[in-house]
Write a protein that binds this ligand. Structure first.
Ligand SMILES: Cc1cc2nc3c(=O)[nH]c(=O)nc-3n(C[C@H](O)[C@H](O)[C@H](O)COP(=O)(O)OP(=O)(O)OC[C@H]3O[C@@H](n4cnc5c(N)ncnc54)[C@H](O)[C@@H]3O)c2cc1C
Length: 483
């Protein structure tokens, strides 16, 4: 079969690209090789993890009932029911995606694809047959796979992966979590909420590497307060299991330590899925194991594009979708000999960790602004001094804005605290339209809400004096202002 545009991999990036390309009039096909259709986000990523975490958060909220004058006796959880709810939701989401792929204005081909040459892909059908498809342009959006770094015993000790944790029918008594990225922290939060003793062993100096240190510290302190053990700046020497007990041996502050637990979670990250794609047959190059692309999502072979986790640089869904859409639009332009290709804009990149407290970041974090030598100003405000969060008894964390020193345009924001994953979007919208701190500070906010906390750092960055600042009841700031 001959096409204009063929996509290998029908996850978030691939589906977004297919819809866009077909909508723009390209004769398009998606080749999807997974036994289950839906991609990582729906099947084994964002959606199942957030479903389990929702149960965990609600169970933890019951634990806080006495603070609100409520009495809840014999609160219990049922892992089978939590899992059944997750499976029901995931089945629904996956079924919807299957329909979108089957009924789209493009062909949906089940099988694994690999390049024979720059215009031909071999498809190995799931049933064992084989055929070829040809196209003028391609997109590779094959995602990622769990990484097993070269640590003695790691691949033979029967470590759990995130896939396994999402399907656990029993909460283990104890768990050593290797790694402290978003997936590691979210799964630690989930299991700990249901009574699992957690030890986190992290190589870097802080958990949630890549986030500002002050934000990561709030989560670390909160996790420690809840009773989790956390070791940072470690070197894992050996991972072992005798079938009933698992053991991690590591170096920490020059001392050899051993932690035993019922299980170990390998949450040391994921690698781009590039093996078996025949990339060597078409001149597609790799950089650090990922498909190397330019700003237009083009690989070293200009008619072959890549999007999503297989190329990075940020392995998150909204980026995968944006890359997929841009790649599709660029394929259209390339085939029309239009030289004006679009670039992906990472100015509004978002990151969220769905722990308690949650962490969310948009745009430039403070450490990125520092590293890039940007002349910036920063202001922050703590939830422990904000009326609505005090009412909610959610007082851990803070919000922080980073602004350009001369124009006061908002360049980035961080939240660590209640509903951070929702709160961040106010600043995304402000940044989308290049708002200044002053414009944010003079935007009406309903009282009392969590969102109005943004007014404090915004006023500070805009240089609005306490006398003329908006006065919010329930904070020391208001008390100072009124005084
Ligand atoms: C536990 C967990 C939680 C996460 N939570 C979040 C979150 O809350 N928010 C967020 O933004 N991100 C989250 N992520 C990351 C997010 O899921 C990924 O960044 C995103 O799904 C990547 O999309 P993709 O299209 O690049 O890849 P995928 O969705 O993995 O799609 C790749 C597709 O290609 C197919 N494929 C592979 N090889 C071939 C081949 N040779 N031929 C044909 N088909 C092939 C696969 O079967 C798959 O369907 C999470 C990840 C994990 C593991």
């Amino acid at each position: 079969m001959n096409y204009d545009f063929v996509i290998i991999g029908g996850g978030s990036a691939g589906y977004a690209a297919a819809r866009t390309a077909a909508g723009a009039g390209l004769k398009t096909a998606v080749i999807e090789g997974g036994r289950d259709v839906g991609g990582l986000c729906i099947l084994r990523g964002c959606m199942p993890s957030k479903s389990l975490i929702e149960s965990a958060n609600r169970f933890r909220a019951i634990g806080h009932a006495p603070e609100f004058g409520l009495q809840v006796e014999n609160a219990r959880f049922d892992t089978a029911k939590i899992l059944a709810r997750k499976r029901r939701l995931i089945d629904e989401f996956a079924e919807y995606r299957r329909q979108q792929l089957k009924e789209g204005e493009f062909d949906f081909i089940r099988g694994t694809g690999s390049f024979i040459d720059k215009t031909t892909v071999r498809v190995r059908d799931l049933e064992g047959g084989e055929h070829t498809v040809t196209a003028k342009a391609f997109l590779v959006s094959t995602g990622s796979e769990i990484s097993f770094p070269d640590i003695p015993g790691l691949s033979t000790a029967g470590c759990l992966t995130s896939d396994d944790v999402l399907e656990l029918e029993r909460i283990p008594e104890s768990l050593v979590v290797l790694g402290a990225g978003p997936v590691a922290l979210e799964l630690a939060h989930y299991l700990h909420a249901f009574g699992c003793r957690i030890t986190i062993v992290q190589r870097s100096a802080q958990i949630a590497r890549g986030f500002d240190e002050d934000a990561a510290k709030v989560v670390e302190q909160s996790f420690r307060k809840r009773g989790m053990n956390i070791f940072t700046k470690t070197k894992v020497l050996q991972v072992e299991s005798n079938g009933t007990t698992s053991r991690v041996i590591f170096e920490h502050e020059g001392i050899r330590q051993t932690v035993e637990a019922a299980a170990i979670l390998n949450a040391l990250g994921r690698n781009p899925k590039v093996a078996g794609l025949g990339l060597e047959n078409v001149g597609v190059e790799l950089a650090d194991g990922a498909i190397a692309v330019n700003a237009h999502q083009q690989t070293a072979a200009p008619t072959i594009f890549a999007a999503g986790d297989c190329c990075g640089p940020f392995e998150i869904v909204h980026i995968a979708i944006e890359q997929g859409e841009r790649a599709a639009r660029n394929a259209v332009r390339l085939l029309q000999n239009d030289s004006g290709l679009e670039s992906v804009d990472y100015r509004l990149k978002l990151y969220v960790v769905f722990t308690e407290p949650q962490v969310a970041v948009v745009g430039l974090s403070e450490f990125e602004a520092k590293a890039k030598n940007i002349d910036y100003l920063v202001a922050s405000y703590p939830f422990c001094d904000h009326g609505k969060s005090i009412i909610m008894d959610e007082m851990e964390g803070f919000v922080k804005l980073v602004a350009d020193k001369s124009t006061r345009e908002i360049l980035g924001a961080s939240v660590v605290g209640p509903d951070a994953s929702e709160l961040i979007h106010e600043v995304v919208v402000a940044m989308r339209f290049h708002a200044s701190a002053g414009q944010l500070a003079t935007t009406p906010h309903y009282h009392p809400t969590l969102s109005e906390i943004w007014l404090y750092p915004a006023e500070e960055l805009a240089g609005i004096s306490p006398e003329s600042a908006i006065i919010l009841p329930g904070t020391h700031k208001a008390a100072h202002s009124q005084a």
